[in-house]
Write a protein that binds this ligand. Structure first.
Ligand SMILES: Cc1cc2nc3c(=O)[nH]c(=O)nc-3n(C[C@H](O)[C@H](O)[C@H](O)COP(=O)(O)OP(=O)(O)OC[C@H]3O[C@@H](n4cnc5c(N)ncnc54)[C@H](O)[C@@H]3O)c2cc1C
Length: 397
């Protein structure tokens, strides 16, 4: 057994979960994060039922559920008249169907649970302020070079360094991710400041021609999390009362609640540009592999990017036998084979929903609404079952 640690680059949700899953299997792990600290990214996150099978396996489901909130349903409202387009109840019938709950949680709280569980393991070491610049696969081990000149050696390397992954760039040399021409803004405010008529019990999406807004409560309804996403049209400022020139063409017709929601955002700030990549079939080479957004970055349409990273992490740890000889290469290939179709489907379906469901205008929007309004609860559950039924972990060969 190679006694060098497994190096995980990137301490986001995927990297933290990988460190925990590998640490629990008894591997020595070195988790490297370029940020000043681990786990400080704010805002909310939705977790589908599929992820709880993985959290159960690592014994952290209860800790996550203690910090999470269970919404009553996922609802999509029409941007003009506020009518319900789709409602997925997430109460008893949902749990009966999918065996696990649907929750929303503050990212800091979720990250905190994973990092605390890592800290409880003596074989997991976490180092912040450590930006990995490059790696070298030396055949029997790997080496990473840090921006400040430090070097670390490991038995294997996992790039969990996000959509702009340095490890992936060195592996594939494919350039930056694809921009969708949309930009996201996020905010969290105390619920006491939400003094207009808005649904605060559910995960809500308002969708319309070239934009959507998602909001939900967090931390026992004490916080209100809002994300707005709109197409960047580079419009010149106009004299309408629209909060951003790119929204001017839709603002006048928007439902009054949407206008209030936009009013909560500081849209003059630079937002997050929406990106993804095309799926790939191979993301492992020798002793190096990728995980999460580094491997299969997806749009947030299904709210599953972090869920996929968590599934990746458990699958990878499950398949890694030991880190000696060519077993690593073999285990990493099995891991990619087990994961690429499911994660590619998430990437493709997220794009499909983005273009053909969330951002429609005119008659297309009316057709979509007419189709979805008529679906029964059972039919809606069936549509999403491929994802929410969960990922069956492969057996070691
Ligand atoms: C608006 C929005 C809403 C979303 N909502 C959801 C949701 O509800 N549910 C869900 O499941 N997903 C959601 N996602 C997707 C989710 O945020 C990502 O898929 C997830 O965070 C990916 O995790 P990761 O660990 O792979 O990457 P990241 O979270 O990007 O973490 C990468 C880490 O690596 C570090 N790093 C980067 N480069 C280096 C380097 N060279 N050296 C050392 N460290 C490095 C970074 O600092 C970071 O900490 C959403 C995304 C967006 C944009």
């Amino acid at each position: 057994m190679n006694k060098l640690p497994i190096i995980v680059v990137g301490g986001g949700l995927g990297g933290a979960m990988a460190a925990l899953a590998l640490g629990k299997k008894g591997f020595d792990v070195l988790l490297l994060e370029e940020g000043e600290e681990f786990g400080v990214i704010g805002y909310g996150i939705q977790l589908g039922p599929n992820v709880f099978w993985m959290l159960d396996r690592l014994g952290v489901s209860e800790a996550v559920l203690a910090k999470a909130l269970r919404p009553k349903s996922l609802v999509m409202y029409d941007w003009i008249d506020g009518g319900v387009i789709t409602r997925i109840p997430t109460g008893d019938s949902f749990v009966r169907r999918f065996k696990k709950p649907y929750v929303v949680i503050h990212r800091v709280d979720l990250h905190g649970v994973l990092l605390d569980a890592c800290r409880a393991l003596p074989n997991v070491q976490m180092i912040a302020k450590t930006e990995v610049k490059s790696f070298e696969d030396l055949g029997d081990r790997v080496r990473v070079d840090i921006a400040d000149g430090r070097k670390y050696e490991g038995a294997a390397l996992i790039g969990a360094d996000g959509i702009r992954s340095t490890i992936r760039q060195q592996m594939t040399n494919e350039g930056p991710p694809r921009s969708l021409g949309y930009v996201a803004h996020r905010t969290i405010v105390p619920m006491s400041e939400v003094n207009f008529d808005v649904d605060t019990d559910n995960v809500v999406m308002w969708s319309g021609d070239g934009f959507h807004i998602v909001h939900y409560p967090l931390r026992e309804h004490s916080l209100f999390n809002v994300v707005t996403v709109f197409k960047t049209l580079d419009m010149a400022p106009t004299d309408t009362d629209s909060p951003h020139p790119d929204l001017a063409r839709v603002y006048r017709d928007s439902h009054p609640t949407m206008k209030k929601l936009w009013g909560m955002m500081d849209l003059s700030r630079r937002g997050w540009v929406s990106h993804d990549r095309d799926p790939i079939r191979h993301w492992s080479r020798g002793r190096v592999t990728l995980l999460g957004d580094a491997a299969h970055p997806t749009l947030q349409s299904l709210a599953q990017g972090a869920c996929m990273a968590i599934e990746d992490a458990v699958c990878l740890a499950e398949l890694l036998h030991d880190t000696s000889g060519d077993r690593v290469d073999q285990s990493f290939r099995q891991y990619v084979n087990a994961r690429y179709l499911r994660t590619a489907r998430v990437q493709y379906e997220s794009r499909y929903l983005w273009d053909n469901y969330y951002h429609l205008g005119g008659i297309e929007r009316e057709v979509m609404r007419d189709t979805w309004e008529k679906k029964t609860e059972e039919q809606v559950f069936d549509c999403i079952a491929w994802l929410y039924d969960g990922f069956k972990l492969p057996q070691r060969a």
